[in-house]
Design a protein around this ligand. Structure first.
Ligand code: S3P
Length: 451
């Protein structure tokens, strides 16, 4: 997003119906990883379905700085000619990851095993997000870090001449922290072990193994996952197919559930079990969801998901489900606003450190639109009002794409239109959102920034 152009408020309006079949963009988590592993691999990686959103494009630009040749072919396939483990080049400019927490944290991991300096920065949102969680294990591996305020971007990281393999227990449920260590481990001689007490998305593990990395996963007696990487081994370029992002699919799906006369099919949605918490929760709330054409492609399960207008009931979402739906709470809160009764969401501490403080942003946005909430440091309760959500408010997005899309979804079914202060942030993960929702019957108005 161009930080110097003016904010573009966007408003959504109540729809008469929502119908059609759509494809949402490729998975953001897998897209970052495919570019990074393609860079660490020798030979050519061909990626189909790469998310062409700002976050991922920033990672592609960063990988060029480390020596990869990356091009987009006319048929939409991205090719990465990698440099190989041990052969990354020192970047000659600052690495600007824009809004992307996944991008910066994974790239820091990749770079931490090389005896050169990388300087990272990002936008106003990313510069507020905690990096210490990633820097701590990377420092244990021998990297040196100079960071603003001890752990904020911009920061400079320099890997050790001889990076050290470690055993690291990830202190919070974070796939980004786990992945940073795994990526550093690939270029570190010896065996690095990452213990994950609470399992999180496992795309790094699957993809590292797919690129020929020496990685094993075992179950600990206490239910933890023990991931072991033997580093210094070559990786080989692969053909990678990226399915549709379940976190993006969530927006048209929830829109269909709460809108009148809706029947929407979202095709090719990735159903990796570490990502399906929202689908489970919506089904428990009584959502009319049908999964068809279930298949496995490129090592991931996928399905087409049909969502129809539904009478939802409030529920309590188990706290231990949070890692499998962590990015979906904003849009779940919209479904909850249209459900009968209360929806209780405990275990939300990680929402405080996303692209925005998502718990606060959701509470403020719901309040501005006449929806009753209660919340604490790590929980949220929404009281639903089926058929009678007032809307009419303006939501501050705080540079957070998912806050923008969630509240625009609300506006398709609330009595009055819902306005978000800046629609540009959506380009982070889902540039086609407005067009795709319009094709289904969604209605938007673009306002001038005084509108
Ligand atoms: C991601 C992990 C999650 C998620 C983010 C993508 C990843 O973050 O919220 O959108 O691709 O590894 P945390 O690792 O901070 O939980």
């Amino acid at each position: 997003m161009d930080a110097f152009s003016a904010a573009q408020p966007l408003r959504s309006h109540k729809v008469k119906s929502l119908t059609g079949t759509v494809r949402v963009p490729g998975d953001k988590s897998m897209s970052h990883r495919a570019l990074i592993l393609g860079t660490l691999a020798r030979g050519t990686t061909r990626i189909s379905g790469l998310l062409e959103g700002e976050d991922v494009l920033a990672t592609a630009e960063a990988m060029r700085q480390y020596g990869a040749m990356i091009t987009r072919r006319d048929d939409g396939i991205w090719t990465v000619d990698g440099v190989g483990v041990g052969a990354l080049l020192e970047p000659s400019d600052v690495i600007d990851c824009g809004n992307a927490g996944t991008g910066v944290r994974l790239i820091m991991g990749m770079a931490a095993a090389y005896p050169f300096s990388s300087t990272f920065t990002g936008d106003g949102s990313l510069r507020k997000r905690p990096m210490k969680r990633v820097l701590d294990p990377l420092e244990e591996m021998g990297a040196q870090v100079i960071a603003r305020d001890g752990g904020l971007l911009p920061l400079t990281l320099r890997g050790n001449d001889v990076p050290l393999p470690i055993t690291y227990t990830v202190p919070m449920p974070s796939a980004q922290v786990k992945s940073a260590v795994l990526l550093a481990a690939l270029s570190t001689e010896g065996t690095t072990t990452v213990i994950e007490p609470i399992p999180t998305r496992d795309h790094s593990e699957r993809m590292i193994a797919g690129f020929g990395g020496d990685l094993t996963v075992e179950a600990g007696e206490d239910g933890s996952r023990i991931i072991t990487v033997k580093g210094g081994k070559p990786l080989t370029g692969q053909d990678v197919t990226i399915p549709a992002d379940p976190s993006s699919a969530a927006f048209p799906i929830v829109a269909a559930l709460i809108a009148p006369d809706a029947n929407v099919v979202v095709q090719n949605v990735m159903l990796n079990p570490t990502r399906t918490g929202l689908i489970t929760t919506l089904q428990e709330m009584g959502a009319d969801l049908t999964l068809t054409n279930r298949r496995t492609e490129g090592g991931e399960e996928l399905a087409d998901i049909t969502a129809k207008s539904s009478q939802l009931n409030g529920t309590t979402v188990p706290a231990d489900r949070a890692p499998s739906m962590i990015d979906e709470y904003p849009v779940l809160a919209m479904a909850a606003a249209f459900a009968e009764g209360q929806t209780r969401m405990p275990g939300l501490h990680e929402l405080r450190v996303k692209e925005s403080d998502r718990l606060a942003a959701v509470v403020d946005g719901l309040t501005a639109n006449g929806v009753e909430t209660e919340s604490g440091e790590d929980w949220l309760t929404v009281t639903g009002n089926p058929g009678a959500v007032p809307g009419g408010g303006t939501v501050i997005t705080h540079l957070d794409h998912r806050i923008a899309m969630a509240f625009l979804v609300m506006g398709f079914a609330s009595r009055n239109p819902v306005t978000v202060d800046d629609g540009r942030v959506i380009a982070t993960s889902f540039p086609a959102f407005e067009g795709l929702m319009t094709d289904l019957g969604g209605r938007f108005t673009r306002l001038s920034n005084h509108g």
